[in-house]
Write a protein that binds this ligand. Structure first.
Ligand code: AMP
Ligand code: GLY
Length: 420
C-alpha cells in the first residue's frame, strides 16, 4: 500500500482481512497502519525507490492510494518490472492531473458538465469573465491539492483569482492554464466506480463535507467527514450516473488510447435528479474511502485484481445494509497552520465503542509510545449503524472518549441525511 492517510489505513484494513494477503507493507504509513502492516519509510513521490523496494521484497501487488504517485507514473514503472499495481497508468491519470483534459473528454463524449472555456492568457480570461459576469468558477488546470478552485460571487474576486493563478503563480505551473466554467447549483455527491479498462462496476455514493466549519462554513478542506448511503442517490440516479457519465467516460478514455483502470471518483452535482460532472479524481476519496470500506462486505483484493486483468464482469460486489459515517478530527488551525506532535489520549478506549473503528491519518508515536498528531487531518472516527443517525451517535460517542486539546472536529456530519 502506498500512502499515509485514513484512506490508506482503511484500505490496509480491508486488504489485511483478505485470505489472499500474506504479508502487507505500507509506505510511508502512520501509527495506525503500523498495527496492520510493515512500515516502509519511503515517501510517496520517490517512485523509483518504491519500485526498487517492491522488487527486492518480491512484492506481488501494489495498491496506490493518493493521486501523486499515479500521475508520476508509479503504475507504469511497476508494470515495467512485472509487478501488478492497482490504479490508472500515467496516461489515464491525466483525467485528474489536467482539468482541461478532463473537460475536453467530457465535451467530446457529450457527458453532462458545466459549460467551460480553457485559457492560456490572463487578459483573455479576464475579458471572458467580464463578459459572462458572476457567479463564475475559476480553476487552475493542474494538481493543487484541492485548493485551485475559486467559486467567485463578485467580479473583483474572479479577476483577482486569475491574477493570483496566472501572474503570481500561486499554484506554480498548475496555474499556467485555467478552466473557467459556469456555476452549477444542486447537491454535491461523490460517486465511485471500479474500472477495468473496458467496463465498470458501480461502488456507492458518499457525501463529503468539504468546509472546515459546522453548517458548511469556512475554508475548503480535504474533507471533514462523510456518510453513506446518501438518500438523494436512488437506484434510478445511479443508473443515470453510470449510463450518462461513467460508461461514456471509460469508453472515451479507451478510444483516446488511455484505457482507464482503477477507481474512478466522480465529483457530481445533482440537480433535479440529473447528474453533472464537477470533476474526476483517479483514486478513492479521503474520507469517502473509510465509509466505502466500512460498508463493503466483499473481499476487495479480487475486485482490484479483476480491474487489472480486465475481468470485472465476473465480479459481484456485496454491500452491508448498514449505514456508515466518519468524523474527521484535525489539528486546530487546519487547513491553515497548526502545531505538530501534540499528544492524543483515549484512542484505544474510543475504538471499543460498538460499531466504531478509528482510522489514522497524520499520527505517529512519541518516544514513550503515546499517539501524537503529525498532520492536518489526524483521526477518522468511523462508525457503522442501523441508519445514518445511529452511526453518527456512535461516532460522536467515541469522539467524546478521545482527549486531544489541540484537535477539533465538525459537530454536524451527516446533516443532509438526518434532516430528511
Ligand atoms: P472541484 O475540485 O472541481 O471539485 O471543485 C471544488 C469545489 O468547488 C466543488 O466541490 C464544488 O463545491 C465547487 N465547484 C466546482 N465546480 C463548480 C461549478 N461549476 N459550479 C459550482 N460549484 C463548483
Ligand atoms: N474528499 C475529497 C477527496 O478525496 O478529494
Amino acid at each position: 500500500m502506498i500512502g499515509s492517510g485514513g484512506r490508506e489505513h482503511s484500505l490496509c484494513w480491508a486488504i489485511n482481512r483478505s485470505p489472499l494477503c500474506q504479508k502487507l507493507f505500507c509506505a510511508p504509513g502512520n501509527a495506525g497502519i503500523a498495527e496492520l502492516a510493515i512500515i516502509v519509510p519511503i515517501n510517496i513521490e520517490e517512485v523509483d525507490a518504491l519500485v526498487i523496494f517492491a522488487q527486492i521484497n518480491v512484492i506481488d501487488f501494489v495498491v496506490i492510494g493518493p493521486e501523486k504517485p499515479l500521475v508520476l507514473g508509479l503504475v507504469d514503472k511497476l508494470e515495467a518490472v512485472g509487478i501488478k499495481a492497482f490504479g490508472p497508468n500515467i496516461s489515464a491519470a491525466l483525467l485528474e492531473k489536467s482539468k482541461g483534459f478532463m473537460k475536453n473528454i467530457l465535451n467530446k463524449y457529450k457527458i453532462p458538465t458545466a459549460a467551460y472555456r480553457i485559457f492560456n492568457n490572463a487578459e483573455v480570461a479576464k475579458e471572458f469573465i467580464r463578459t459572462k459576469g458572476v457567479p463564475i468558477v475559476i480553476k487552475a488546470d493542474g494538481l493543487t491539492g484541492g485548493k485551485g478552485v475559486v467559486v467567485a460571487t463578485n467580479l473583483d474576486e474572479a479577476i483577482t483569482s486569475v491574477d493570483n493563478m496566472m501572474y503570481e503563480k500561486k499554484f506554480g505551473i498548475a496555474g499556467n492554464k485555467l478552466v473557467i466554467e459556469e456555476f452549477l447549483t444542486g447537491e454535491e455527491v461523490s460517486f465511485f466506480a471500479i474500472v477495468d479498462g473496458i467496463t465498470a462496476l458501480p461502488l456507492i455514493a458518499v457525501q463529503d463535507h468539504k468546509r472546515v466549519g459546522d453548517g458548511d462554513t469556512g475554508s475548503n478542506t480535504g474533507g471533514m467527514g462523510a456518510y453513506s448511503p446518501v438518500p438523494l442517490i436512488t437506484p434510478e440516479i445511479i443508473n443515470k450516473i453510470m449510463k450518462r457519465c461513467i460508461l461514456p467516460t471509460i469508453n472515451g478514455m479507451a478510444i483516446s488510447g488511455r484505457p482507464y483502470r482503477g477507481v474512478l471518483f466522480a465529483g457530481l452535482m445533482i440537480d433535479k435528479g440529473n447528474p453533472k460532472i464537477l470533476e474526476y479524481n483517479v483514486r478513492f476519496g479521503d474520507p469517502e474511502c473509510q465509509v466505502i470500506i466500512s460498508r463493503l462486505t466483499s473481499d476487495i483484493v479480487p475486485l482490484m485484481l479483476s480491474s487489472i486483468n480486465g475481468k470485472l464482469t465476473e465480479q459481484k460486489i456485496e454491500w452491508s445494509q448498514n449505514s456508515a459515517l466518519v468524523v474527521v478530527m484535525a489539528s486546530k488551525g487546519y487547513p491553515g497552520n497548526y502545531s505538530k506532535n501534540t499528544v492524543i489520549d483515549g484512542i484505544n478506549d474510543a475504538n471499543q465503542v460498538s460499531g466504531v473503528k478509528i482510522f489514522h491519518a497524520g499520527t505517529d508515536r512519541n518516544s514513550i509510545g503515546q499517539f501524537i498528531a503529525t498532520g492536518g487531518r489526524v483521526l477518522n472516527v468511523t462508525a457503522i449503524g442501523f441508519n445514518v443517525e445511529d452511526a453518527r451517535e456512535r461516532a460522536y460517542r467515541a469522539i467524546d472518549m478521545i482527549h486531544w486539546s489541540d484537535g477539533f472536529y465538525r459537530n454536524d456530519i451527516g446533516w443532509q441525511a438526518i434532516g430528511k
